[in-house]
Design a protein around this ligand. Structure first.
Ligand SMILES: [Zn+2]
Length: 438
């Protein structure tokens, strides 16, 4: 519980990381020297014109497409006069509307009229502001301190347990939140979720908040979910990357997503796996050892592609008639069922239709889903859900944090229906859902 009783340590980590990156920065002044901040070379061309270069994670020479996240502050803007900011070095060509803030707390999305993309890798903002000091970001920031503040508000709730799975290499506790009605004697299944493996994908944090807020609400369905299930949530896996303002990697330049390197054992290969993933794996194994069957494991990401991209979940394998084995086609069917339940509640126009065949490429990709499949086959429905920052489907507006929170709420409803139908059926059929395949 130490995490919630003292300074989160994020600030001292920012300073440490800032010192590490300072030599590589090309500006004498750092416009993003705060938690989750990130911008590269910044030039004030004239009193009303600025050019800003996106910075790579840790100043590494990573591919251009990895540059997505920016979050910086300008302190000497001319008040109530038109200014032009040109950001260059963007990794994805899709159009989007960034956000700005007068206080670094409340964020406003730029209107379409203020934002153009002069080239595939640049974005131009022409606008005026009521203050000299303005924060700018790719999307409404969700940093480590924000998470710990949110979690500390939940402490004391009778259905909530707050712990950490261990400390990151930067020394920060990686939080884990458990939600269940511990007084309920009903047989339970466990649902595991984790998010922010990719630190710049803030969307996952709003989805988690929506889910958690719903689960702790007085809704009859929320009460029933707490009685039937145990939700174990690791809301921010790459905490050091989040503090550093990275988009994809840790401060050591490691993309944690494809690092589930294992052989026949549930335990990962200590030699080749970064410590955040070793901690996550150790936490999963400890949860399995409690004997509560894990029915579902969701991995939350956010895709910054084309603005018209819908929220999507990519299923694995395909139907039996395409040559997939019984277990492979069963996993596919479960995933398709879950995606359709989610679409039913969130809105069918808000979720991309899954492909009729997801393929088997994920099996060898060292993803958490690959690990779950290798050891538990279709008994654990493991899936990545990608939220987006673009148009909110048929609603015709840009995806706001509230739209992402609503996705979290829909996730709770879909998880409930999935367990009422698919999981209940396999339990009735006598499946020992947690038998480990050796
Ligand atoms: Zn991702």
């Amino acid at each position: 519980m130490e995490l919630f009783q003292r300074d989160t340590g994020a600030l001292s980590l920012v300073m440490k990381l800032g010192q590490l990156g300072a030599s590589a920065r090309t500006t004498s002044r750092n416009y993003s020297d705060f938690e989750s901040g990130n911008i590269g070379r910044t030039v004030k061309v004239s009193s009303d014109t600025w050019t800003l270069q996106l910075r790579n994670d840790n100043d590494d020479a990573l591919p251009l497409s990895w540059r997505q996240w920016f979050y910086f502050r300008l302190d000497d803007l001319p008040v109530n006069q038109k200014v032009t900011l040109t950001l260059s070095g963007l990794g994805m060509p899709g159009y989007f509307l960034p956000f700005y803030s007068l206080d670094n707390i409340d964020w406003i999305q730029f209107p379409k009229e203020a934002v153009t993309r002069p080239t595939a890798s640049s974005l131009q903002i022409v606008s005026q502001f009521p203050s000299q000091k303005i924060w700018f970001a790719r999307y409404v920031p969700y940093h480590y301190t924000r998470l710990t503040k949110y979690l500390s508000k939940l402490s004391g709730h009778p259905s909530v347990t707050l712990r950490d799975i261990g400390r990151s290499p930067g020394g920060l506790p990686i939080p884990v939140l458990t939600i269940t009605d511990s007084a309920s004697i009903a047989p339970k299944q466990r649902v595991i979720l984790h998010a922010r493996t990719h630190p710049g994908e803030v969307g996952g944090s709003y989805v988690i908040e929506g889910l958690v807020n719903y689960l702790l609400s007085d809704e009859a369905l929320a009460k029933s979910l707490r009685q039937r299930l145990i939700f174990t949530i690791m809301p921010m896996v790459n905490v050091d990357g989040v503090v550093a303002g990275n988009n994809r990697t840790t401060p050591d330049g490691v993309n944690l997503e494809g690092k589930w390197i294992s052989g026949r054992d549930l335990e990962l290969d200590h030699q080749h796996v970064p410590s955040e993933i070793l901690l996550l794996n150790r936490a999963f194994r400890a949860l399995l050892a409690t004997g509560v069957p894990v029915s579902m494991a969701l991995n939350l990401h956010s895709s910054a592609g084309d603005p018209t991209d819908l929220v999507f979940a990519f299923p694995h394998f395909g139907p039996a008639e395409r040559g997939y084995t019984a277990a492979e086609s069963q996993l596919f069917e479960k995933q398709i069922k879950f995606i359709s339940l989610l679409a039913e509640h969130y809105g069918t126009a808000m979720l991309a239709s899954p492909p009729s065949d997801g393929g088997r490429a994920f099996v060898n990709k060292k993803l958490p889903e690959s690990w779950w499949w290798r050891h538990f086959q279709d008994r654990v429905m493991a899936l990545t859900l990608e939220s987006t920052y673009g148009f909110a489907g048929s609603t015709g507006h840009w995806m706001k944090p509230r739209d992402l929170r609503r996705l979290g709420e829909s996730l709770a409803v879909a998880i409930s229906r999935y367990h009422e139908t698919i999981v209940a059926r396999s339990v009735t059929n006598g499946h020992k859902s947690m038998e480990i395949r050796r």
